[in-house]
Design a binder for this molecule. Sequence first.
Ligand code: ZN
Length: 137
Amino acid sequence: MRKKRILKLSNGREVKIKYKSPFVGMANVFGIKVDYVFYKELTSVEQEAVIWHELFHKEKANKIFFLIKTFFNFRKAAWLEEFAADKYAAENFGKENTLRLLRKIKKLYGRGLVNYNPKTHPPIDERIKRIKEIKLK
Ligand SMILES: [Zn+2]
């Protein structure tokens, strides 16, 4: 497994990702990291949906997150950021592709391959429901 690689998105954009356990996908201002579940369990469509979700965390969320955190508690802020990242993935990569990823994550939670942490992520059924109901331009 190469530690760093470039993933080319369907719109032609190239994104640098780094291999690092234990997150399927994780991003902060420094970059995007993915783990073995990303490579071993996800289809290329699901992988791209993860990257769009993580791009939101890396590029869009920091200022919003800081503001929200000031007014709400941490869990609420984290959940709102996750919903927004899912929405961003749906807007950029399609609702169905994003739903595919979320349904896969639900299976991975069920198999114990990904640990669900309610402090950082909303319930997966709620994430699925919100993307299903989303209206895209
Ligand atoms: Zn996220």
